[in-house]
Design a protein around this ligand. Structure first.
Ligand SMILES: Nc1ncnc2c1ncn2[C@@H]1O[C@H](COP(=O)(O)OP(=O)(O)OP(=O)(O)O)[C@@H](O)[C@H]1O
Ligand SMILES: O=P(O)(O)OC[C@H]1O[C@](O)(CO)[C@@H](O)[C@@H]1O
Ligand SMILES: [Mg+2]
Length: 518
């Protein structure tokens, strides 16, 4: 399925899992209990050693780039590993809804550029396959047994994605067998599944949270893939953040290792908007909008009193996007503190000096602080650090109360000036709500993109918008690093212009210089 003639050299890394194709010698007993004829499984013995080598070679050959610098970072296709897989015409060609669309199907040549702003004469750069329905599909709809799982923290819109995967599979492709895995990755091996129908999920998008529930930790690749085999699942839709996508990648690799016809599709989810490559993650806009309510409340409170200092703590472990966008949208914020931009409290150009100036000028101020900001100070003061959650993520120390206390103490003790502190922590409120209209539409596109990709036989991919166009991105590309606010980007400059807060220059300059040279 390498229908584009050029490809990236980094593609080899993406397509070739770091293992040899050691397939299991026999179809395990438990597969006999699978609901259908197990056509989803090409018996391991049917892939000869020669074929395995052919697959490896074919993928390696496709990793050349051309003179114009065009690079395709492709996603794996089931036929890379199962060359004899039959294809079927896409049932959408008969759908009334689709037949009026001028160009029903995405052509194999359609790609999405990672960088749209390039210089004349410069290499064309990295591209990804465009998402959407293909003319041929590699699953017979009545043979599909799909499953959906949601992992990690909550985010507005998860239920819309679940709903639209179920409805997309059912209405567009006539798939009826869709299972919900409950409670995250561990639900694969510790819980019964839930049969999902369009009727059951019809109005779940109106609710926050995840209909399937979620968890952290509990990723056991072997147990999960055993379960996928046991249940005869052949399409796996995995909704989650960077940790979840790393887990999805391991599942994909294990599936290939076992020679199964199972498509693994990742749908990126994170309130922090920290997933690389994609434009933004779903639910982010809703969260920024909801954060406005907390900022407005803080502003109203501090405006009404003498020396009012409002602090609003927002989510953002390592990426300050929510804080940055919420600040920009509000215009009532005087200072925004994010993990990417270290700040300091005392001395010239420090936060205390700035607060004092603003209080003298306006009588009040509002600070937005991302949860990951200032961690080095809170830790340095001997607070309990180093704990992790069940997924291994570092548990952050609470910067909000720490900052409130610091400010209060400084002004009462050293400046003999009473400040009226109003601290608001809407952390969970901004992610537990249902998605807004625009996120709902975005979630629908993501879900449908994932469904089209899996039906078309792509696997080991994450779907998401790149410069406004939905694309299939190799999972490894979205997990190799976390997206963070670049202090050298104009968005941060706009924020500094609007708040007129200190740049905390000494500490920031080093970071910006590093970003620019990278
Ligand atoms: N490196 C990894 N390899 C395999 N599985 C992982 C890895 N990291 C995390 N996971 C699994 O993915 C699931 C979710 O991970 P995590 O709690 O880090 O949330 P996330 O997906 O990053 O979402 P968010 O950070 O937005 O809440 C957990 O079940 C965890 O066990
Ligand atoms: O308390 P929980 O559910 O583990 O989630 C908290 C974390 O989840 C996130 O929202 C990411 O999903 C982080 O911003 C936050 O630190
Ligand atoms: Mg994460």
């Amino acid at each position: 399925m390498t229908d584009l003639s050029v490809s990236s050299s980094s593609l080899a890394k993406t397509l070739l899992p770091p293992f040899s194709f050691s397939l299991r010698p026999n179809v395990p007993k438990r597969l006999r209990f699978c609901r259908k004829s197990a056509s989803f499984l090409r018996k391991p013995s049917s892939i000869s050693r020669q074929n395995k080598l052919a697959v490896v070679t074919a993928i390696q050959v496709s990793t050349q780039s051309e003179n114009d610098g065009f690079v395709l970072e492709d996603v794996p296709h089931l036929t890379n590993f199962l060359p004899d897989l039959p294809s079927y015409p896409n049932p959408l060609r008969k759908s009334q809804a689709y037949s009026i669309v001028k160009k029903n199907f995405v052509s194999p040549e359609d790609v999405v550029a990672q960088n749209v702003a390039i210089q004349k004469g410069s290499p064309r750069g990295v591209h990804f396959r465009r998402a959407g329905p293909r003319e041929k599909i590699y699953f017979e709809p009545e043979e599909v047994r799909a499953c959906i799982v949601t992992c990690g923290g909550l985010c507005p819109g998860i239920n819309t994605v679940i709903r639209e995967i179920v409805c997309g599979l059912n209405i567009m492709y006539g798939v009826h067998d869709i299972l919900g895995i409950e409670g995250g990755y561990k639900g694969f091996y510790s819980k019964n599944t839930l049969m999902l129908t369009p009727k059951l999920v019809n109005d779940i998008h109106k609710r926050g949270g995840t209909f399937l529930r979620t968890s952290r930790g509990g990723h056991d690749t072997h147990k999960i893939v055993d379960n996928i085999e046991d249940r005869g699942i052949n399409q796996v839709y995995i909704i989650g953040g960077d940790g979840t996508q790393k887990g999805a990648s391991l599942i994909y690799e294990e599936v290939i290792r076992r020679g199964l016809q199972v498509a693994v599709a990742g749908i990126p989810k994170t309130i922090d908007n920290d997933i690389a490559v994609i434009d933004k993650s779903f639910g982010f806009e809703t969260a920024v909008e909801e954060a406005q309510r907390a900022i407005d409340a803080a502003h109203v409170e501090v405006e009404s009193v003498e020396n009012g200092v409002g602090i609003v703590k927002l989510m953002g472990r390592y990426s300050g996007f929510i804080a940055m966008y919420a600040t920009q949208a509000s215009r009532d914020v005087d200072c925004c503190l994010i993990p990417e931009s270290p700040f300091y409290l005392e001395g010239r150009g420090g936060l205390f000096e700035f607060i004092e100036e603003r209080l003298k000028e306006n009588g009040h101020l509002v600070i937005v602080v991302a949860e990951g900001a200032g961690q080095e100070y809170v830790t340095a003061e001997g607070h309990d650090a180093g704990k992790t959650d069940a997924s291994g993520n570092k548990l952050l120390l609470d910067v909000g109360p720490w900052l409130s206390d610091k400010i209060k103490n400084h002004f009462t003790m050293f400046r003999k000036m009473a400040v009226n502190m109003k601290y608001i922590d809407p952390t969970y409120m901004i992610r537990a709500i249902p998605s807004n209209a625009s996120d709902n539409i975005y979630c629908t596109l993501l879900a449908h993109g994932a469904v089209h990709g899996a039906m078309a036989g792509f696997t080991g991919f994450t779907v998401g918008p790149v410069n406004g166009r939905h694309a299939y991105i190799p999972i490894a590309r979205v997990t190799e690093r976390q997206k963070t606010v670049r202090l050298s980007d104009r968005m941060w400059a706009r924020l500094l212009l609007s708040t007129n807060q200190p740049g905390f220059v000494a500490s920031d300059k080093e970071k910006v210089d590093k970003e620019v040279t990278n």
